[in-house]
Design a protein around this ligand. Structure first.
Ligand SMILES: CC(C)CC(=O)Nc1cccc(-c2cccc(CN)c2)c1
Length: 232
């Protein structure tokens, strides 16, 4: 998160850190006791290894009462996701066991009604992604509020030039923005997850490249079917 601020500790109890060998790679969030939603492109550099999922954390390194690292039983990237574009950029992770829910670990509801969030709506996004252009990574969860911009503005030829589909949405990226390592985290508008951070042009803080999110509502049926199919 570029030019955000430290989140209030444990006030975003749905946030997950997807880790490999103890290193934060991407964000994610708890959508059910045994399920975390994130971004499929986060698996690009994992060489087939499964993530571990840190829940209940504010600091990535300090001991905290309800912080716990969960093993992942299975990972389900959306079948339409690929490395060449941002389409269907969703990843479902089934935890090895149900997460223990408490004050610091809680499920976040996601939007099921497939209707665009109005432009200028101010939403919030959080993550442990890079906080400056030198790639510095924070120890504590960061957050930032960003206004939604319309798909037409986001698709302007000087912005994302027609690549934003109906299954995507954008927020203004002037100065304050998402960045590397924030992928997979939720865009929360009015207490509901409306989108999942995707890397898009892999540029941060440039107003000509608004932040892109995969809208969740169009994928509600896929999410429900994967959760129902996998045992439990
Ligand atoms: C395996 C993955 C972590 C690789 C990856 O995603 N790299 C990468 C590099 C630079 C910017 C970003 C990035 C992320 C989220 C939002 C944005 C744009 N605001 C950029 C992402």
């Amino acid at each position: 998160i570029l030019r955000g601020s430290e989140a209030r500790p444990h006030l975003k109890p749905y946030m997950a850190s997807l880790q490999l060998d103890g290193q934060h790679v991407c964000g994610g969030f708890l959508i059910a006791e045994q399920w975390v939603l994130s971004a499929a492109h986060c698996t690009e550099e994992t060489d087939g290894k499964l993530f571990q999922v840190l829940l209940g954390a504010h600091s990535l390194t300090e001991p905290e009462p309800h912080k716990r690292l969960y093993q992942v039983r299975a990972q389900f990237p959306h079948p339409g996701s690929n490395i060449h574009n941002n389409k269907d950029d969703l990843l479902l992770l089934q935890l090895e066991e149900k997460a223990e829910l408490n004050t610091d670990v809680r499920v976040l509801p996601f939007q099921r009604e497939d209707r665009d969030v109005a432009a200028d709506t101010v939403c919030e996004v959080a993550g442990w992604g890079t906080i400056d252009h030198s790639g510095r990574r924070p120890d504590k969860l960061q957050q930032v509020q960003r206004p939604v911009i319309s798909r037409d503005v986001c698709n302007h030829r000087t912005r994302h030039d027609g690549t934003i589909t109906q299954n995507m949405m954008c927020t203004d990226s002037r100065r304050k923005d998402t960045c590397k390592g924030d992928s997979g985290g939720p865009l929360v508008c009015g207490g509901v997850a409306e989108g999942v951070v995707t890397a898009g042009s892999r540029v941060c803080g440039n107003y000509k490249k608004p932040a892109i999110y995969t809208r969740i509502a169009p994928y509600a049926a896929w999410i429900d079917s994967v959760m129902a199919s996998a045992d439990g």
